[in-house]
Design a protein around this ligand. Sequence first.
Ligand code: HEC
Length: 147
Amino acid sequence: MKRRIGDVVMLILIVAGVVAAALAVVLTVSVTNAQQDTKNDPKYATMDKGPASIDVSKYPSDQQTNYKVFASRCAKCHTLARPINSSFALSDEWERYIKRMMRKPGSGITSEDGKKIFEFLKYDSQTRKKALYEKKLKEAESGKKGS
Ligand code: HEC
């Protein structure tokens, strides 16, 4: 009888060990997947190959400060080229996407950083990407009228 209890305890310990190991594997895989770079996706490859910095020397000084936050926070999982060459231009596109990036595991982006990055990308879209910004704005407005 004593031996049986010993065996049962042993069995429970083994099962618990296996379950813990399996859980650890599942967690590691899901975190890695979430952070995995999407470089090989052709859509992202085009963006990633473009310029990886913006000449902000003519930007207002507060935007130059915001640029530093953007450059340090948004190049952790992919290069800075990805957001720089993105076709996002409208403020709500950036707001939505910055929030999405902030929610990714291990992003390390605080909401204070998020705001500065948003201010920067909003300004940058309306200067460097002015033509695209105006085109998208027009489309968004006519879309609203049409519906
Ligand atoms: C924790 C990792 C991580 C961080 C930090 C991160 N990104 Fe990303 N980003 C991704 C992943 C993964 C993708 C692939 C698409 C997806 O999952 O949304 C991506 C895709 C993108 C895209 C392409 C979207 C598209 O579909 O066209 C843009 C633009 C982008 N990120 C901007 C940013 C900006 C701006 C920041 C800083 C606020 C940032 N990223 C920080 C992981 C990250």
